[in-house]
Design a protein around this ligand. Structure first.
Ligand SMILES: NC(=O)c1ccc[n+]([C@@H]2O[C@H](COP(=O)([O-])OP(=O)(O)OC[C@H]3O[C@@H](n4cnc5c(N)ncnc54)[C@H](O)[C@@H]3O)[C@@H](O)[C@H]2O)c1
Ligand SMILES: O=c1ccn([C@@H]2O[C@H](COP(=O)(O)OP(=O)(O)O[C@H]3O[C@H](CO)[C@H](O)[C@H](O)[C@H]3O)[C@@H](O)[C@H]2O)c(=O)[nH]1
Length: 329
């Protein structure tokens, strides 16, 4: 039987596909390339299409014995979601509805879902636990939270079991150097900082230095993409052995400020990486740090690439080898 990976040509999805292939799983990828890259898909069978297109879903489910779905496909830019919520409701909520209906129609009972720290909004305390209040401060987080709720009702009604993983900041790249992060536009801090080190940008803009943190810049919990993928493997195994539906945080439990990220990138790359303080970015909470105790104790997840230098080094290796990302020139 095969695993369907939606969004498998994207940043995290491509790392998932590689890990599944390394484990000799049968992999089917569905991606519409709104962000993904064909070259990021290192194997399996690739379908180019949209999760909202029921004809392509029917084609996949009819012709392949799908055991489980790992669902990454989504629109995932916080800022964009504030100016174009329609895109987020359509892609994230309606898209997942189409996928779940197809799963129900074809009797597929297991799904691992990419949720986000953005479901919490401004945290009431850190580290954040799964039981803390979820009051999203942007439309992106709202649509992901809505999907989590939808999953619960599809479990109740149709016995589709889910594990929703609320990622904090995915970062780094595969140790092989073959795949990494390549978004257009790029909005994430670490790849932008490394583009400065590559000479592709003149400086990094720091969005605000007046937050109530030790150096005034925002603090985030950066988790290596391969540790994140490992958690999906454990989630899949849990569902395979009859596990119940669950929601887990996924983070390192350690926060780094924007300034600390830039400083570490200066050490890793040997580049001075000029920085300029700018206005705050809309909707950015000051501090987001995960408690991942629940997934550690229930699924025995142990992140192993936890040092910030190690994470940035892995991303740097990817950027150095692929200065234009997946583009050839
Ligand atoms: N990167 C992070 O730090 C982070 C944090 C929290 C949650 N997430 C979630 O993880 C998932 C993957 O994130 P990513 O950083 O790899 O993003 P990404 O944009 O690199 O990957 C998403 C992939 O889904 C594809 N896609 C989007 N809409 C689609 C559709 N309608 N039909 C088919 N394919 C579609 C895109 O082309 C892309 O390849 C997303 O669901 C995102 O919300 C990411
Ligand atoms: O050029 C930049 C880019 C980012 N930042 C800052 O760096 C930090 C990290 O920003 P990212 O854009 O890299 O990541 P986010 O924390 O905004 O977003 C991540 O976590 C969110 C959950 O909170 C969502 O899930 C989202 O998809 C995921 O990428 C933020 O404080 C941001 O303001 C800058 O100062 N300058």
């Amino acid at each position: 039987m095969a695993i369907l990976v939606t969004g498998g040509a994207g940043y995290i999805g491509s790392h998932m596909v590689k890990e599944l292939l390394d484990r000799e799983e049968d992999v089917i990828v569905l991606d519409n390339f709104q962000q993904g890259h064909e070259a990021a898909v290192l194997g399996g069978k690739l379908f180019v299409g949209d999760i909202r297109d029921t004809s392509i879903l029917n084609k996949i489910f009819e012709n392949h014995a799908i055991e489980a779905v790992i669902h990454f496909a989504a629109s995932a830019l916080v800022g964009e979601s504030m100016v174009n919520p329609s895109k987020y409701y359509s892609n994230n909520l309606y898209g997942t509805l189409c996928l779940l209906d197809a799963m129900h129609q074809y009797g597929v009972k297991k799904i691992v879902f990419s949720s986000t720290a953005a479901t919490y909004g401004e945290p009431v305390k850190v580290p954040i636990q799964e039981t803390d209040a979820t009051i999203p401060t942007n439309a992106y987080g709202e649509t992901k939270l809505a999907v989590e709720k939808m999953l619960r009702w599809y479990d109740t009604a149709h016995d589709i079991k889910y594990i929703a993983l609320r990622y904090f900041n995915a970062s780094g790249a595969h140790e092989s150097g073959l795949i990494g992060e390549d978004h257009e536009p790029e909005t994430h801090l670490i790849p932008i900082v490394l583009q400065v080190a590559l000479g592709q940008r003149s400086k990094i803009d720091i969005y605000g230095d007046d937050y109530p943190t030790k150096d005034g810049t925002c603090i985030r919990d950066y988790l290596h993409v391969s540790d994140l993928v490992d958690a999906h493997i454990l989630a899949l195994e849990k569902l395979r052995t009859g596990g119940e539906s669950k929601i887990y945080n996924l983070g390192n439990g350690k926060g780094y400020s924007v300034k600390e990220i830039i400083e570490t990138a200066r050490i890793v790359t040997g580049h001075q990486i000029p920085a300029e303080i700018k206005e705050r970015r809309n909707g950015d909470p000051a501090v987001l740090i995960a408690s991942s105790d629940k997934i550690k104790s229930e699924l025995n997840w142990t992140p192993i690439r936890t040092k910030l230098e190690q994470i940035i080094e892995s991303a740097w290796k990817w950027h150095l080898n692929h200065p234009m990302g997946y583009r050839k020139e």
